[in-house]
Design a protein around this ligand. Structure first.
Ligand code: NAD
Length: 510
């Protein structure tokens, strides 16, 4: 375990990064929202939040920007996103470091978050020349039927602390090439990173030259700022990433005014280790999936089902990995597991562990350790052997707790795997193609992501990302996720001299 150097001024370092990225100091000093680094607990900034009235005005301005931007040809819109990708490449080291300071990620994960932003920019640039619709056979002679895709409007983006900027980029890059404007409400726990990312986009906008003003704006504030996006009639789509609790509030409010929602909510991800599994490979994947990012990924592995024939080979090795993993200051480059985001996260973890014990769980790890700062929350990841799939196992606790269960029958384990509210990510470790294919089949995993011989976390941007059931059903990032950011029109053109009606309907006026 590494101690945190208490004399490190993360506030000063964050300020110097923000300065290099042209963020005005007034944006993060003297305001009413305090930001903290989970690395030391040190306050890093005090940001001015927007009032509800200001937030409404911001959306109104975004709507004006949308009306101009939708008329810009899509490949030209792609040029803006190409420039954004270039600026991100140039700022990668600074931005990645700021992610580490503000979200507590280890350096490769902080940089990886920025790489995801770069990747989605590349994807969106290509997409800007591929926003195509279908031509569809029509039953009427002398007619043509086709689909066209049009820009939608102001896209509201609400993001969570654990991917403080990548999720915004996933949405913003697609929304912008699709001809929309964006208004982003980042997590109140990671506002400095949001200012930095917005500053980088503004550099690209400056180089682009003639984009409409207010094309991409940020709302600094707590959930009340997000609520303006939820309720504003000029926001036809909100992409909201966060807890299932948040989704339960946001989803019905959007539905009430018939707005679209992309809901990216909590996960309670499971992995199955079968008798034929390559245990060395499984061990590495489980360790990263369950302990990486201190268990604070929506795709973190939380439930592990191990076949009884390999349980005694795998679980002792996992326990050794849990005992030896280096937890500590994510900035010094040697730790693999950084801090929890805050005290609330630590308390939730301890409550879940206590509850697991009442259900007969045998707990290995899970203690907080003194990292030299009373306000930072470093914990040893917890591996909890559970006698049954019940109690806290059924809920997402956003912390590094891995519940391990022994199974004997493949069909029963599939049923248990699916018997939770969330449906985000899943994986199976097997060399038996029947088991692998069953897991991916209609009666297999019920999740939005189902993997074979890789872990539950670390998705690539090329695939559509999202999950089913209480994860919200939204999809963003790759594949055809762009369609959610556009409106589809079906057009039928009559180039004949007659007016035949569909379905043989006759309506003749003399
Ligand atoms: P959170 O729900 O506390 O907050 C997320 C965002 O929603 C914040 O910006 C917050 O201000 C806003 N918000 C909360 N209530 C709101 C409301 N009523 N109206 C409008 N906005 C509101 O989540 P968190 O603690 O920041 O993040 C962790 C959670 O996010 C976990 O459950 C994790 O699984 C989930 N998550 C999901 C995905 C995914 O893609 N499925 C990705 C990342 C995180």
């Amino acid at each position: 375990m590494n101690n945190v150097p208490v004399n490190l001024s993360l506030k000063a370092e964050a300020a110097s990064i923000l300065n290099r990225l042209d963020v005005d100091k007034a944006a993060y000093t003297g305001g009413n929202l305090s930001s903290f680094s989970p690395v030391t607990g040190e306050q890093t900034g005090s940001l001015k939040t927007v009032s509800a009235t200001e937030a409404v005005q911001i959306v109104d301005r975004a709507d004006v920007a949308f009306r101009a931007w939708r008329l810009v040809p899509a490949p030209k819109r792609g040029e803006l996103v190409r420039l954004f990708g270039e600026e991100l490449r140039a700022a990668k080291a600074d931005l990645g470091r700021l992610v580490s300071i503000e979200a507590g990620k280890i350096p490769s994960e902080g940089l990886g978050e920025v790489q995801e932003m770069i990747d989605i920019c590349d994807f969106a640039v290509g997409l800007s020349r591929q926003l195509y619709g279908l031509t569809i056979a029509t039953e009427r002679p002398g007619h043509r039927m086709m689909e066209t895709w049009h820009p939608l409007g102001v896209i509201g983006i609400i993001s969570a602390f654990n991917f403080p900027i990548a999720v915004w980029a996933w949405n913003a890059a697609l929304a912008l090439v699709c001809g929309n404007s964006v208004v982003w409400k980042p997590s109140e726990k990671t506002p400095l990173t949001a200012l930095a990312a917005q500053g980088i986009l503004e550099r690209a906008l400056k180089r682009f030259g003639d984009a409409p003003a207010n094309l991409a704006q940020v709302l600094i504030g707590d959930r009340t700022a997000g609520e303006v996006l939820i309720d504003h009639p000029k926001v036809p789509l909100v992409s909201a990433t966060g807890s299932t609790r948040m989704g339960r509030e946001v989803g019905p409010r959007l539905a009430k005014r018939f707005a679209r929602a992309i809901l990216e909510l909590g996960g309670n991800n499971g992995g199955i280790v079968c008798p034929s599994a390559d245990l060395d490979m499984a061990l590495r994947a489980i360790a990263f999936g369950a302990m990486g990012t201190a268990g604070q990924r929506c795709t973190t592995l939380r439930r592990l089902f191990v076949h009884e024939s390999v349980y005694d080979q795998l679980v002792p090795r996992l326990k050794t990995a849990y005992s030896s993993v280096s937890v500590g200051n994510p900035l010094d480059g040697s730790a693999l597991v950084g801090p929890l985001i805050d005290k609330l996260a630590f308390e939730a973890m301890q409550r879940a562990i206590a509850k697991a014990k009442t259900h007969g769980g045998a707990v290995h790890g899970g203690e907080r350790f003194d990292a030299g700062s009373a306000d930072a929350y470093y914990v040893k990841p917890a591996l909890v052997e559970m006698p049954a799939h019940e109690g806290p196992v059924l809920e997402e606790t956003f912390a590094p707790i891995l519940y391990v269960l022994k199974y004997s029958d493949f069909h029963t384990v599939l049923a248990d795997h699916n018997a939770v509210g969330a449906g985000l990510s899943s994986s199976i470790f097997t060399l038996d193609m029947r088991e692998a294919e069953r897991f991916l089949a209609a009666d297999g995993s019920d999740c939005g992501i189902a993997n074979v011989n890789i872990g539950t976390s670390g998705a690539e941007i090329g695939g559509a990302f999202g999950g089913e059931k209480e994860t919200g059903g939204g999809r963003e990032s790759g594949s055809d996720a762009w369609k959610a950011y556009m409106r589809r029109a079906t057009n039928t053109i009559n180039y004949s001299k007659a007016l035949p009606l569909a379905q043989g309907v006759s309506f003749i006026i003399e």
